[in-house]
Write a protein that binds this ligand. Structure first.
Ligand SMILES: Nc1nc2c(c(=O)[nH]1)N[C@H]1C(S)=C(S)[C@@H](COP(=O)(O)O)O[C@H]1N2
Ligand SMILES: [Mo]
Length: 437
């Protein structure tokens, strides 16, 4: 009776909307799963929160690790969340860990997010579509939440597959979508807080997971919930449903983590891009961009190649590869940790950047602008912070695992710096310029 009375008032306020929903999904009877309801949505949402937090924190750290305030390090603007530190070079596996967690947590989120969207899909077809200005605002905020969460997740998944079916630059777009998502999520949690608390008070947080299929009852179809008005018989218990989603999430998350943890676990990374088993031999490890894919030729990297080194006073020196090989060499085991989530530790040999700094009269507080001979595509130039250029383990690498670098790994010379995001380990280096900070 009360609902009918309200409906009449609403009809009087909004005469343009037909009172009766169109057939199909706009009718409450269409959605029959006895599992849907505030408890299921609250549980799935709460399960996602820790994974979201991991993604947010590690995403922010990755942004900071790029040091976007320096040189060409930021693909666009420097972002809107400030950071107050220079990314450290210790421990060397730091970025491999933070970014490995970012990708694994993001991938683990996918099955839970899909299940959560399934649990609330009747809301998408709510009728009347708009009941009041407040309702309109709530629905708009949900639209923003769903769009930004799906966009952030899908763009991240595609990026981790090195698959770019779009024309924008991934990093800034993913970054701003994540900020929009964070804001709309905070709003959503605040709006739904009482519903979540009530659902857990009424039914317990995990008590419904103890019910067998025979005991599985629908939640009461209170006004404005996703609980079904005409439920079908259950075909799976809540435990079965939540367990399936949990196992799927764990499986894809662990599989993704295999790319960072390495060893036998790398074999689990079945969704890793470009084949799991790189070619054999000392240069047989992952390649992000091959030389040919970015237009770098054997000719440019051959005998005519030379490295130009510029000091903070503008003085410059030129080195051939033979001259670089004649300088004192250092061998160092260091990871390449790609923003796309994979990482691999290899044994690099080359000239310490500190040795080159000494030769050109640079100081330990100077920045180092690195330029590649590559002429198209991203990642051609980067700026290393003083603590990175000055770390004794930072190399202009000439060899890997006891042999010359292959052209795909950056022959004649590349940057390797501990804990530096892989994207800044510039390949095919053509110039190094020290500048006063
Ligand atoms: N000049 C240049 N350097 C580059 C890149 C590039 O495209 N061009 N890719 C970067 C990225 S994203 C990564 S993860 C590492 C990968 O190094 P690898 O291909 O030797 O494994 O190289 C970095 N250096
Ligand atoms: Mo990368």
């Amino acid at each position: 009776m009360r609902i009918r009375a309200r409906r009449q008032i609403i009809d009087a306020e909004m005469p343009l909307l037909p009172a009766d929903p169109p057939p199909g999904p706009f009718r409450a009877e269409f959605w029959r799963s006895p599992l849907r309801g505030p408890w299921l949505s609250s549980l799935l949402g709460s399960a996602m929160l820790p994974l979201f937090l991991l993604c947010m924190v590690t995403g922010y750290l990755s942004h900071a690790a790029y040091d976007p305030s320096l040189g060409h390090n930021s693909v666009s603007s420097g972002g809107i969340v400030p950071y107050f530190f220079h990314w450290p070079t210790h421990p060397a596996w730091l970025y491999a860990a933070t970014q490995g967690i970012h990708i694994a947590a993001g991938i683990a989120l996918a099955p839970v997010l899909l299940a959560k969207l399934w649990s609330v899909i009747p809301k998408l077809f709510e009728w009347p579509a708009v009941r009041s200005p407040a309702h309109a605002i709530e629905r708009l905020s949900i639209a923003l939440l769903v769009a930004s969460s799906l966009f952030t997740l899908v763009s991240g998944l595609f990026n981790s597959e090195i698959f770019y079916p779009w024309r924008f630059s991934f990093v800034p777009v993913h970054y701003y979508a994540a900020i929009l998502f964070t804001a709309s999520l905070a709003f959503h949690v605040a709006v739904k807080f009482r519903v979540i608390r009530q659902a857990f008070r009424d039914r317990g947080v995990i008590a419904p997971l103890r019910e067998s299929l025979a005991d599985t009852q629908p939640e009461p179809p209170a006004h404005d919930t996703t609980a079904p008005t005409s439920p079908a018989l259950p075909t799976i218990s809540r435990r079965g449903f939540v367990g399936t989603v949990g196992v799927a999430s764990l499986a894809v998350g662990v599989s993704a983590a295999g790319q960072s943890i390495g060893g036998p676990l790398r074999q689990l990374a079945i969704f890793a891009p470009r084949g799991r088993v790189p070619a054999p031999g000392p240069n047989g490890f992952q390649v992000n961009k091959t030389a040919s894919s970015v237009g770098v030729t054997a000719e440019e990297t051959g005998a005519h190649w030379s490295l130009r080194v510029v000091g903070p006073d503008g003085r410059s020196l030129t080195f051939s590869r033979e001259q670089l090989l004649a300088l004192p060499q250092r061998t160092q085991d260091l990871p390449i940790a790609c923003v796309e989530g994979w990482s691999t530790t290899q044994r690099w040999t080359g000239v310490p950047l500190g040795t080159i700094a000494d030769l050109i009269g640079a100081e330990s507080r100077d920045l180092l602008a690195v330029q590649s001979l590559q002429r198209r595509g991203e990642f051609r130039q980067t700026t290393l912070a003083a603590n990175q250029a000055d770390d004794g383990r930072s190399l202009l690498a000439l060899r890997v695992n006891g042999v010359d670098l292959s052209i795909d790994h950056g022959f004649p010379a590349r940057i390797i710096v501990p804990a530096l995001p892989g994207v800044h380990c510039t390949k095919w280096v053509s110039s190094l310029e020290f500048t006063a900070a």
